[in-house]
Design a protein around this ligand. Structure first.
Ligand code: ATP
Length: 421
């Protein structure tokens, strides 16, 4: 029987990674003669979920074999390697007959909700109960949400990532690698691979700093280019590696404003609006501005880690028409991308005094303007042309600040892209 295996929530901030556990389980299944078909799927779910350890990733893979044997291997792998002592680690695994279209349809809808919204554990238990889905639940079993979603998500767009894992004895130690070789890999294979390095900020994005088993990951659209980059980089010894098909870099988390009647925290949107006032900067280098939208005024932010993207945002002016892409948290859209649709080339200012040439001051609410010195008056503000430092089109955060799910501009078929590399 062909079975989709889904698993999630096996790691903690102190170590492990669900992709690694899946790879260990796959290796064990193969050793036992059970065939694993195609590449495993690394499915990124709602990036705003507070329960996540890091990137809210869940795993699934297709096997052809006896369900009891498969469950035993997966169960053994989780028991042996998952960070079960951590109270926030609540693993779950599911085993779904891949030919059961009714269940797969239900899981497809459930998965999209898990990518774009917030799902309760009871919804996962309801589906498991109603369709009698064989499963493994450890502790609270919150991972069952991710496990079901990883099986069900329909990849209407996908990318590739090859992940290399460290020798177990090196877990937790600083990663050794030749920085230049990652820049060389990018030079050879970009734009078929992307987010390997960040040239402007001089960061090797492919190598994480967390204490998990991942040594590095190469992302891209073309499997040959990803492999070429993989073979170009020089690092400490690799223990094993795996190619994943993933929804990373697809914007699957983004909800278009036309699909909703209100904006909610913990959801990610694409919203159009006009800039209400000039952006302002707060301590720490975070930049904020307001846009007027069909939902009312919406606060947007480009936080410090988005680096040079903030220089673009700081140049926005009242009246600019924009479309923002990002996640709503604390009633603020954290920007991942912006499309500047129209630039306000004129700004309204107080009129100048015809005698002394200085700007007039307000004469009071609805009383027009005056020059105190020359005693001249005027009724309305005037429009003056301004020189703009930014252009129309798309701008995005740099690779070092990219969210897993965010679609890099290099993958987008849109005119007027300003790519930070
Ligand atoms: P890693 O990516 O390193 O494996 P992680 O960041 O994926 O770790 P998990 O340990 O898997 O984090 O924790 C995320 C938890 O949130 C899982 O239990 C998952 O089932 C649950 N979850 C994922 N998406 C949603 C959602 N949309 N609504 C509610 N719970 C969710």
């Amino acid at each position: 029987m062909k079975i989709w295996v889904g698993m999630d929530d096996t790691d903690s901030k102190d170590g492990m990674c669900t992709t690694y556990l899946a790879v260990l389980a796959i290796d064990q299944l193969k050793r036992q003669g059970i065939s694993v078909e195609g590449f495993p799927r690394l499915v990124r779910l709602n990036p705003t979920i507070p329960f996540k350890t890091r990137g809210n990733g869940a795993l699934s893979f297709l096997v052809d074999g006896n369900i009891d044997e498969v469950m035993e291997v997966v169960s053994g792998t989780i028991e042996k390697y998952a960070m079960l002592d951590d109270e926030k680690t609540n693993p779950g695994a599911v085993f779904v007959n891949s030919e059961n279209d009714r269940v797969m349809d239900v899981l497809s809808a459930f998965a999209l909700k898990a990518v774009r919204g917030v799902v309760s554990i009871d919804e996962a238990f309801f589906i498991i109960g109603k369709y009698m889905i064989p499963h493994l639940r450890f502790k609270a079993g919150r991972g069952l949400i991710g496990a079901l979603a990883a099986v069900g998500l329909d990849f209407y767009d996908y990318t590739i990532e090859v992940l290399a894992y460290r020798k177990p004895e090196r877990f937790g130690t600083p990663r050794e690698y030749d920085r230049n070789s990652f820049f060389e890999a990018d030079r050879k294979t970009y734009p078929l691979t992307w987010d390997t390095v960040d040239w402007y900020n001089r960061v090797v994005v492919a190598v994480p700093s967390s204490p998990d088993p991942v040594l590095f990951g190469i992302r891209g659209d073309d499997i040959h280019a990803v492999r070429e980059a993989f073979e170009t980089v020089k690092t400490e010894d690799i223990d094993r590696h795996m190619t994943f098909v993933t929804n990373q870099g697809t914007d699957m988390h983004i909800i278009h404003e036309s699909e909703v009647s209100e904006l909610e925290n913990y959801h990610s949107y694409r919203i159009r609006g006009s800039v209400v006032e000039e952006p302002f900067i707060i301590e720490g280098g975070h930049v904020f501005f307001m846009i007027k939208t069909r939902f009312g005024d919406v606060k947007c932010a480009a936080f410090e880690p988005t680096k040079q993207f903030r220089d673009v945002i700081r140049q926005l002016r009242q009246g600019d028409l924009v479309e923002v892409y990002g996640s709503m948290k604390k009633d603020t859209v954290n920007l991942e991308k912006i499309n500047i649709i129209d630039l306000a080339n004129y700004v309204e200012v107080n009129p100048s005094c015809p005698l002394c040439g200085k700007r007039m001051e307000s004469a009071g609410k609805n009383k027009g303007f005056r020059c105190r010195k020359c005693k001249t008056t005027a009724t309305e503000r005037v429009k003056v042309k301004v020189k703009r430092e930014i252009e129309k089109g798309f701008y995005e955060v740099p690779p070092c600040a990219r969210r897993h799910l965010s679609k890099p501009l290099v993958r987008m078929n849109v005119p007027h892209k300003h790519v930070f590399r």
